[in-house]
Design a protein around this ligand. Structure first.
Ligand code: KG4
Ligand code: ZN
Length: 352
């Protein structure tokens, strides 16, 4: 019997141990998750310092760094979980969306390991992973709820109807919110990744610069961060060309207020319109302190339960891939050894 025939019919285990691997961008991450909700280990090796001088992630450098780091990262994750490879029930791996060369390192490694251990291989969408971070933050979290996804590659309001059925209520029409943070940071002379640096600088400034209202007059849940970003860049260039001084901290603060304000407003509106009681948040931008405080305030006011994963579960990690992997494991969504990495997979195979 070949590998796939064998695992296709293998019995499922309650509380299975999933070894998860994530390598879609600049973090090589591995984690062991029990029953989809309990983190036994989490190891993250980042190549960020190698990209800083280029002002963004350089795909080839990221791929090479993953190749160097992957074996050790997986080994450490298994050791820190206090288990051995033979205890692992399935391997979950991010197969998209992301940088293709970077993804291929994780996918190839996961395939080889799953084959040698004769256990299921579970392909996981990175975006679904970010949403599933909520299941780790609150072990009682159950759909339906609204998920706000705010990362470097995605911005979306998602109606999570059940564990598998997602309806995207709205998303960005152009730049993702994290991308806008990174681009505004660059024009202000702040290093990559821009988000945390904008957040730091914004604390010293005031919301004193008037910026355009996003998609003025439009209803719905879409975002457009390109206009906001361009308005900030024009403001800075204008001042510089005229030789006028301006307050960088005020620029950072005003941009952050506008960018975050839209996320909060639309996420709360979605929860209310759907008649839900819970909002769960994921993605790197959800590590932003101002966004976290604003969501806390707004949810308290409207009596909405807020599921806010700790910061290290918002930025890229493998725990969230393990949480989502367990859901897919229960559905027997197993891949054969032809699994390939994909630059774009959206929410994966089975959504609305
Ligand atoms: O989810 P993530 O780690 O990777 C993607 O899937 O894209 O998100 C990375 C993005 C970057 O754009 C980064 O600038 C942003 O998240 N980010 C933040 C903060 N920390 C990370 N943005 C605003 N404030 C932060 N504290
Ligand atoms: Zn991400």
């Amino acid at each position: 019997m070949n590998y796939f025939d064998k695992i296709k019919t293998a019995p499922l285990k309650e509380g299975a141990l999933i070894l998860a691997i994530e390598s879609s961008c600049d973090e090589t991450a591995a984690s062991v998750i029990k029953g989809g909700r309990e983190i036994l280990s989490s190891v993250i090796m980042s190549s960020i310092t190698e990209h800083v001088k280029f002002g963004g992630v350089v795909p080839e450098i990221a791929s090479r760094a993953h190749t160097t780091a992957i074996s050790l990262t997986v080994q450490k994750a298994v050791e820190e979980a206090g288990v051995s490879l033979s205890d692992i029930d399935a391997i979950a791996v991010t197969y998209g969306s992301g940088l293709i060369g970077a993804l291929l390192v994780g996918v190839s490694y996961a395939k080889a390991l799953a084959f040698s251990l004769e256990i299921p291989l579970i392909p996981v969408s990175h975006i679904r992973g970010h949403v599933s971070a909520g299941y780790l933050a609150d072990i009682k979290l159950k759909p339906p709820f609204i998920a706000l996804l705010a990362s470097g590659g995605h911005t979306a309001i998602i109606d999570v109807k059940d564990y598998y059925t997602y309806n995207v209520l709205g998303g960005t029409l152009d730049d993702a919110v994290g991308e806008a943070f990174d681009k505004v940071a660059r024009v202000l002379g702040l290093s990559y990744p821009g988000g945390p640096n904008i957040e730091r600088l914004a604390k010293e400034g005031a919301n004193a610069i008037e910026l355009p209202v996003m998609l003025k007059g439009k209803k719905g849940y879409d975002f457009s961060y390109s206009g906001l970003k361009t308005a900030v860049i024009n403001y800075v260039h204008n001042k510089e060309q005229k030789g006028e001084s301006y307050n960088k901290a005020d620029v950072a603060c005003s941009f952050q207020c506008s960018a975050v304000g839209e996320l909060v407003k639309k996420a709360i509106k979605a929860v209310k319109e759907k008649g839900y009681k819970v909002l769960s948040v994921g993605g790197g931008v959800a590590a932003n302190g101002y966004l976290r405080e604003s969501l806390e305030k707004a949810c308290k006011k409207d009596k909405i339960k807020l599921v806010l994963p700790e910061k290290k579960l918002c930025t890229d990690n493998a725990c969230m891939i393990g949480a989502e992997g367990y859901l897919q494991y229960q559905k027997r969504n197993f891949a054969d050894l032809c699994l390939n990495a994909k630059a774009y997979v959206g929410l994966g195979e089975n959504n609305e």
